[in-house]
Design a protein around this ligand. Structure first.
Ligand code: ARG
Length: 459
């Protein structure tokens, strides 16, 4: 079938280049299964309200089932003459079953059809993303549990600040991902509303049963306004915004993995299977996976901007602009699934170099704040304590020693109130163990946080 769509209206054929330029079938054929699913529900509803006979419905069902198989097997012949996925499938259906195929589009427009397909597609993609997100969260919990008592330097300004546990650091990533998950789940609620029935823009004069189609397609309810239903793509923007935030989180995570895997930090080992070599430098082992994920954050954020600008200033109702929503949306979903999957696969194989982390915390005067807090407990005002500890750090720097390596007599030279129990607070272990309030870095607190998180994840 190569006839021009609504050819009767036109006196001349479409310009060959325009045909190519306006066709979307090269990319929207990804929604073929959703398109068929939507048509099956629409046909069942048309039968219920008496527009299709039982035989016509049966023919449509048989024809669409065959088309689904042809597509799955890669045997379906897509044609840009038929412009998009919807017209391609409808044309093939009519080829296969004749007149009943021509009745399928009764009370429907491609405008509500495409909006329905996208929502069905996106709903399924969100579910796939959530599966990978869940895997990554589990991997984080497992690694955090293993490293609950591993001491590393915590940073501000990328300078050693205070000791933390590696488990605690990993749980920070877990928290970010938990919020990303909530955002996606929330977005899914608004995706799962059914536009079908809005027709081109004004609804239809047939006595359609939108609750029936909504139920058949697993939508929560039919949409409330036909103009809005066919024209807004805010659900796609919302998804891409949530996806951008998720990718931004992964980019921060990536950045740390890249830094930690460097010889200069040397905190972790990323397994060979997730790295590549260099074509010129034989010694290189490059952390490609986190680098690539870091880069892909830019790509997804770009898609968000594209969709926002696509929607901006569009008059009601449907405009062809909206055909441009699909590629950014599909690529966002692909990128999220693949990035999360790569991280979920990689994380269980990351090995913490505990001794290096420990030594790095030790070299950075990470317990200076603990010493100041100790002096406060001995009665000194915090600002004075801050000053005194600064002097002790200077002595440490000049003599290449950590605070815990200064003698009691040296420390007492800075503040008479210091006694032998000071070495407890100067130790990295003492420092982290003291932070045992909710949200703190103490190993037992971290284990508690992991247990709670595991519980929440299972619910
Ligand atoms: N291919 C179109 C899209 O992706 C389907 C809807 C076309 N509707 C129309 N009136 N041209 O948006």
């Amino acid at each position: 079938n190569t006839e021009k769509l609504s050819s009767a209206r036109f006196a001349e054929a479409t310009d060959a280049f325009v045909e190519e330029f306006t066709a979307s079938v090269s990319f929207d054929q990804r929604m073929a299964q959703q398109d068929i699913q939507g048509s099956l529900a629409h046909a069942a509803m048309l039968n219920k309200i008496g527009i299709l006979t039982a035989q016509e419905l049966a023919d449509i069902q048989t024809g669409l089932a065959q088309i689904a198989t042809e597509i799955q097997r890669g045997e379906f012949v897509w044609s840009i003459k038929q412009e998009d996925v919807h017209m391609n499938i409808e044309a093939r259906l009519t080829d296969l079953i004749g007149i009943a195929g021509k009745k399928l589009h009764t009370g429907r427009s491609r405008n509500d059809q495409v909006a329905t397909d996208i929502r069905l597609y996106l709903r399924a993609e969100i579910d796939l993303i959530l599966v990978q997100l869940h895997r990554l969260q589990l991997a984080l919990l497992n690694l955090a549990e293993q490293e609950a008592a591993t001491i590393m330097p915590g940073f501000t300004h990328l300078q050693v600040a205070q000791p933390v546990t590696f488990g605690h650091h990993l749980m920070a990533w877990f928290e970010m991902l938990s919020r990303d998950k909530e955002r996606l789940q929330d977005c899914r609620k608004r995706v799962n509303i059914m536009p079908l029935g809005a027709a081109a823009l004004a609804g239809t004069s047939y006595p359609i049963d939108r609750f029936m189609t909504a139920e058949l397609l697993g939508f929560t309810r039919p949409s409330s306004n036909s103009l809005d239903s066919v024209s807004d793509r805010d659900f796609a923007i919302e998804f891409t915004a949530a996806g951008s935030l998720l990718m931004v989180h992964l980019s921060r995570f990536s950045e740390e993995l890249v830094l930690w895997a460097s010889a200069q930090f040397n905190f972790i080992d990323i397994p060979d299977a997730f790295c590549t070599g260099s074509s010129i430098m034989p010694q290189k082992k490059n952390p490609d996976v986190p680098e690539l994920v870091r880069g892909k954050a830019g790509r997804v954020t770009g898609h968000l901007m594209a969709l926002l600008m696509l929607m901006k200033s569009q008059p009601l109702a449907y405009n062809k602009d909206n055909q441009e929503d699909k590629e950014p949306l599909f690529d966002t979903a692909d990128t999220l699934i693949n990035s999360l999957r790569a991280f979920a696969d990689m994380l269980p194989n990351i090995r913490a170099k505990r001794e290096n982390m420990y030594q790095s915390a030790k070299r950075g005067f990470a317990t200076a704040t603990d010493l100041a807090d100790y002096l406060v407990r001995k009665g000194m005002a915090f600002r004075d304590a801050h000053e005194v500890v600064g002097q002790a750090v200077r002595l440490g720097l000049n003599t290449d020693r950590d605070l815990s390596e200064l003698s009691l007599a040296e420390l007492q030279g800075f503040a008479a109130a210091i006694s032998a129990d000071v070495f407890e607070v100067l130790s990295l272990e003492g420092s982290v163990a003291a932070r045992k309030h909710i949200g703190g870095t103490a190993p037992d607190t971290v284990r508690q946080a992991i247990a709670t998180a595991r519980q929440n994840l299972a619910d």
